[in-house]
Design a protein around this ligand. Sequence first.
Ligand code: FES
Length: 147
Amino acid sequence: MSLCTLTILPDNKTIQVPKGSVLLKAITDAGINIDSSCGGQGVCGRCRVVVVEGDYKPEPTTHLTDKEVEQGYCLACVTLVEGDMRIRIPPSVQLGKEKILAGVKGEVGYPLTVGHWEINPRTKKLHLKLPPPNLDDSISDLERVSR
Ligand code: FES
């Protein structure tokens, strides 16, 4: 079994995968999550990536136009790695890069100011220290938090 070098952009991550590997699995094994709503069944058309260069074997699909195929797009879940490849994952397909802005009043950085905008989230994180329940004080956790 020969190994192929797969380079994944924009993270610029390089891994070795056996020839004939499914591209979606190789991407996932590299620790990169992409949108694959149908779980790799070739149904949703969400796992589209761009092959910058390299040898690969895509299955025909109705989810990509001829122009997209010419541009190197393929569905990662129905594409086999046939040689060394360099692929690019479009931003619309990347998962796990979202960040939640949050802060607690009185902590450094709260409220957050970005340019001219002050971000004052409606949801705030609070740290509570509650005494553990005992036989003399056996109210529910909700009542304990309210109290
Ligand atoms: S994961 Fe749905 S088409 Fe590839």
